[in-house]
Write a protein that binds this ligand. Structure first.
Ligand SMILES: [Zn+2]
Length: 142
């Protein structure tokens, strides 16, 4: 039944294929471009953008509490969310953003989450802190 959730129209993102869940999350060129801009921030950088593989990979991986795994899930989740949001924005409003703009929103969102993470999960890895620019937010006491 899922197929019928959406109208029989063109994908508003790539305008190349039918608008469907399957297309959006598995084939859409626009979604792939968004992913292409954020995947290097994850440990899934080698995956080209087939969502099935990504989600399968995330679900089967052992250590859910590792920083790497948390970041992967945040990025994949934010990507799915913002691609979906852009699709809706194009249908219902005049908004039209480029894949790189969406990628920036995704990275900013994940970065904010990382910055505001509870003390129980302080990201200590220097490379990770630098990649996500976590130092910028550090408050210096007078
Ligand atoms: Zn598309």
């Amino acid at each position: 039944m899922r197929k019928w959730d959406m109208n029989m129209r063109c994908c508003p993102l790539c305008v190349k294929d039918m608008d469907s869940h399957e297309h959006l999350f598995f084939e859409c060129e626009y979604a792939r471009q968004v992913w292409g801009n954020v995947r290097s921030y994850t440990s899934l950088g080698h995956i080209e953008g087939v969502w099935e593989i990504i989600v399968g990979f995330l679900n089967t991986r052992g250590n859910w509490k590792s920083t790497e795994s948390i970041i992967d899930r945040l990025v994949v989740g934010a990507t799915a969310y913002y691609v979906w949001q852009e699709r809706n924005a194009r249908i219902f409003t005049d908004i039209k953003r480029r894949p790189t703009q969406i990628a920036k929103i995704i990275l900013d969102t994940v970065r904010l989450k990382l910055v505001s993470m509870r003390e129980g999960h302080v990201i200590s890895n220097w490379k990770t802190r630098k990649r996500w620019d976590l130092e910028r937010i550090v408050l210096h006491e007078a």
